[in-house]
Design a binder for this molecule. Structure first.
Ligand SMILES: *Cc1c(COP(=O)(O)O)cnc(C)c1O
Length: 384
């Protein structure tokens, strides 16, 4: 029997113009970490996120790292970070020799719990050890409760680095993700909603700090005819070739968001059939006024409410059919590398990690692929 094609969780989906822009970069010999595509891509990102300034970088991780540097985070400082996220949200805290403190999530959006954040800030304030920054994340494209988080952060005068790596195209009451924090961070890694194959961006309304980000990301060369350095520099700038891909991808972002939201609706409809039949599959629901880009559709299956059916049964059965699914992010407070870190917990992210599953969510999923996914799920549910 011919082996079935792999159905990916989230694969790149190229539009019509990316190759033309890459060809332009070659034809004009702008094969460097600067050039017209970089400038145009940055302008497009500013428009999309309604921010005043953007620096296109080599990754989302480098954008978080530069944000921490620009906020003066150094050894001995603490930084508060959402616990359930990809490790790249937290690793740059360690690059700076600072100490992360992890904050659990609330049940509505699965993101940083403003109540826990408040408790953590109160305690830090009493100990005269306020964090230098707070990093909330918009998990799977669902906006965190930003107005609550920003209000509490402002009360204590702590800047917010908004990790919008998964949330380009999402918004709260029309205000785009990436525009809430002192800094916004985007990622264009291969699995994100749009991609440059690898890349990221740092957003801010402050011209000076973004100028400084550009300076630091291109090796911090002082203005002199020779190579002169009075700061530690980084090689974090985006290539003009990759910015050409990004320019083309931005043109199709709205289509990609629509397709991913459509995936979510299809899954929701599909599972409602089982939910009408004694199951209780849960989704990441949009609070009033919230608009998720639905980067990944995720479900939560509590075996106690689902006739004993577990996330792992679904994951392993789909794996046999060559359908890629994945447990939700493993919270940072459970990671070996952060085992000695302090955290403020309420059980929400532990439950999400135990029972949550990300389903194939690419904007390029075909009808045939959806049929295979639903057929496989039908077989699983029919046994319970
Ligand atoms: C992908 C991702 C990052 C890192 O972005 P890269 O471009 O891969 O470095 C950071 N935070 C979150 C939440 C992400 O999903």
């Amino acid at each position: 029997m011919k082996e079935k094609f792999k159905i990916w969780l989230s694969s790149p989906h190229i539009g019509n113009n990316e190759l033309q822009y890459v060809n332009e970069a070659f034809a004009t010999n702008w094969i460097a970490p600067l050039g017209p595509h970089v400038n145009a891509f940055e302008k497009g990102l500013q428009e999309q996120t309604q921010t005043k300034h953007a620096a296109a970088l080599s990754s989302g991780t480098s954008a978080i790292h530069l944000a921490l540097i620009l906020l003066g985070v150094k050894s001995g400082d603490t930084v508060f970070c959402q616990s359930i996220t990809f490790s790249a949200s937290a690793n740059p805290i360690l690059y700076q020799g600072a100490t992360p403190v992890f904050i659990d999530s609330e049940k509505d959006t699965w993101n940083m719990d403003p109540e826990l954040l408040k408790i953590a800030l109160q305690k830090a304030s009493l100990n005269e050890n306020l964090p230098k920054a707070i990093i909330p994340v918009h998990l799977y494209g669902m906006p965190a409760k930003m107005s609550e988080i920003i209000a509490i952060a402002n009360e204590y005068g702590v800047p917010v680095i908004e990790d919008a790596a998964e949330a380009l195209g999402a918004n709260i009451n029309g205000k785009p993700c990436g525009s809430f924090g002192t800094f916004g961070v985007l990622s264009f890694n291969g699995n994100k909603i749009i991609t440059t194959s690898g890349g990221g961006a740092l957003l801010s309304d402050d011209a000076e700090v973004i100028e400084k980000a550009r300076f630091l990301s291109t090796q911090a060369r002082d203005s002199a005819p020779h190579y002169q350095h009075s700061h530690i520099g980084y090689n974090y700038r985006m290539s003009n070739v990759l910015a050409g891909i990004g320019k083309g991808q931005l043109e199709v972002l709205n289509d990609r968001v629509a397709a991913r939201r459509n995936n979510f609706e299809r899954y929701r409809q599909y599972f409602s059939k089982h939910n009408n039949n004694g199951f209780e599959i849960q989704f990441q629901e949009e609070p009033e006024g919230y608009f998720s880009n639905r980067w990944l559709t995720c479900i939560v299956i509590d075996p106690a409410k689902n006739k004993g059916l577990t996330r792992e049964v679904i994951r392993l059965t789909m794996d046999v059919e060559n359908i890629e699914t994945r447990p939700l992010w493993k919270p940072m407070h459970q990671q070996p590398i952060f085992s000695s870190s302090k955290s403020y917990l309420n059980g929400v992210s532990d439950n999400l990690f135990d029972n949550g599953l990300c389903l194939p969510s690419g904007s390029n999923l075909t009808e045939e692929e959806f049929s295979r996914i639903f057929e496989c799920l039908d077989t699983i549910f029919s046994k319970y």
